[in-house]
Design a protein around this ligand. Structure first.
Ligand SMILES: [Zn+2]
Ligand SMILES: [Zn+2]
Length: 248
């Protein structure tokens, strides 16, 4: 009886999922064969196959024979408050297009689909990071209100589900909006970020390894400042996962 009910529940659940997620690829819109999930095989490969080796410290693309002790040429002279960065891929091609789309006000479902794909494709690698809880880079409330959601929070929730870890968006708050940073110098960027985050619920962070999640990492300055605040609030270590790494 119970088993029967559970099975009915499962079928109902899948039926609802099919309603919420139509059987077309989230990226190119072609019809999906039965049992294929979210993306067609071609888009899935274009989104998840990273064409380059990466620096474990900052996730920049590096050459196949690069020496990476102490970081790659792009990050060796930077001081980061996080331990390392993993990316799904470079900020190019279909991944870049998808990230631009998911930042639109209608992008929440795409963010959810990409988050699931990311969790599926990168799970073993993400598990090696040894995180105990997942925290997204927050948006300032005004920007969140304009967009209707925080894309990093949607991505972080999907990774946390895949990793079976708690997702704690409340642990970090953005108390000051930061203007777009791409045209500033490194020093200007750092100054700009000062006092921009505040940690909350320090007991949840105490002695824990935190996986910090964002959509894109460029200089690493934002993630490093967030990691600094989390560690000052008691986190043992911070590792970072981003959908894409792009050069500023
Ligand atoms: Zn497709
Ligand atoms: Zn590097």
């Amino acid at each position: 009886m119970w088993r029967h009910l559970a099975e009915t529940g499962q079928t109902l659940g899948e039926g609802l999922l099919a309603l919420v997620y139509p059987a077309i690829c989230w990226s190119c819109g072609t019809g999906l064969p039965p049992h294929a999930r979210l993306f067609c095989a071609s888009c899935r490969a274009r989104l998840t196959d990273d064409p380059h080796p990466t620096c474990p410290r900052c996730s920049s693309s590096v050459g196949p024979f690069s020496k990476l002790e102490g970081g790659c040429p792009a990050c060796r002279h930077e001081r980061f408050h996080f331990e390392g960065v993993q990316r799904l891929g470079p900020y190019e091609g279909l991944l870049r297009e998808s990230i631009l789309r998911l930042k639109q006000p209608s992008g929440e479902s795409l963010a959810e689909a990409l988050g699931r794909l990311w969790a599926e494709a990168a799970l073993p690698r993400l598990q090696t990071l040894g995180a105990e809880l997942v925290v997204p880079i927050p948006l300032h409330w005004r920007r969140r209100w304009q967009r209707g959601f925080n894309q990093s929070e949607v991505l972080a929730a999907a990774l946390a589900r895949g990793l079976r870890l708690p997702c704690r968006p409340g642990c970090l708050q953005r108390v000051r909006p930061t203007p777009f940073q791409s045209r500033q110098s490194a020093a200007g960027r750092r100054e700009n970020l000062q006092d921009c985050f505040r940690a909350r619920s320090p007991s949840a962070l105490q002695g824990r390894s935190v996986l910090l999640v964002d959509d894109v990492l460029t200089s690493g300055a934002t993630a490093s400042e967030a990691a600094r605040i989390l560690r000052a609030a008691g986190a043992l270590r911070v590792v970072v996962a981003v959908l894409a790494h792009g050069h500023a």
